[in-house]
Write a protein that binds this ligand. Sequence first.
Ligand SMILES: *[C@@H]1O[C@H](CO)[C@@H](O)[C@H](O)[C@H]1NC(C)=O
Ligand SMILES: [Zn+2]
Ligand SMILES: [Zn+2]
Length: 327
Amino acid sequence: MDFLWLFLLYMTFLLLCVSGFCFLRGRSSSSLDAVFHTVEQAFSFVLPTCLQRYIDSCFHTRSVAFVVLHLILDALVFAEYTWEVLDYSLELEMNWMLVFLPYTLISVNLYLFYKCCAVDPGTVTKQNEALCTQVYEYDDVIFHRGSKCPTCHLLKPARSKHCGVCGSCVQRFDHHCVWVNNCIGAMNIRYFLLYLLSLTLTAVSLAVVITGFLLQVVLLSHMMTAAYVDSEGHEEIAGIVFIIQHLFLTFPRIVFTLGFLVILILLLGGYTCFLWYLSITNQTTNEWYKARRWQSSTPGSPKGYSRGILTNMREIFQPHTRYRKQR
Ligand SMILES: *[C@@H]1O[C@H](CO)[C@@H](O)[C@H](O)[C@H]1NC(C)=O
Ligand SMILES: [Zn+2]
Ligand SMILES: [Zn+2]
């Protein structure tokens, strides 16, 4: 049973890491501030001050730290997949299209990742200010006509928000994402939605191949019907615990990668569904969050502006370019 404890510890550690990263993702716009504060305080005991200050600066100024971390994680998972799983899987005669699918998906994903980082999210400037304010109508609940941004001294278009990290107002502001070191706004939300989808699919395809591979190993080695002799000399049939233990000891890195992928799929998949749901209903994360706060303080709520799934999605995938041309 010692092994099982080790394994559980391993999984808990994994879960903590991944959920930590996922929380950080939405940090600048989320309501989980209290949680972050607690986590921050816990970290402040163990991390040296200079490192703390560095991590802090990553959240308050633009920094490529998380972009690099993202690429490193990608590279690690794919290195493990290529060096260990790929050969075995092909030897076991798994469908080669399935085995190579993750590479196709990650290529698409990296392109979209680049787009999210590089494309201007729809910054409001002096030149396009007037045009930006015409794109959406003010609802006079969350967005008020004629209000100005106290930092940029420009008119605030409806649905926009000032991003403290980027230092500018962003049209149709969704949130600031540290993983792409950019705001998600009118002009790049379409890339971001596809980026999330492709990343989830990449993780799913990797997990499917790895699971298929491990199942093959179990079946081919007849582990299900194997028996072993325990410390008291009794012969026992290998159960599921024994099999997991055996796989874990034989392919520790592969099983670890699979655990990481499964947790990633759950969290990332959930987040992807959430953001797609918001897009389909013509809301931004910022508006969703504000509307919830609004609801709790006042009866009734700001009205929705959804005009049907297709119209909402068309607006996202073909954003108004009026204000872009005149920059
Ligand atoms: C989405 O909502 C905004 C108001 O928040 C509205 O001005 C816009 O026309 C709506 N777009 C669609 C496609 O329904
Ligand atoms: Zn501003
Ligand atoms: Zn930003």
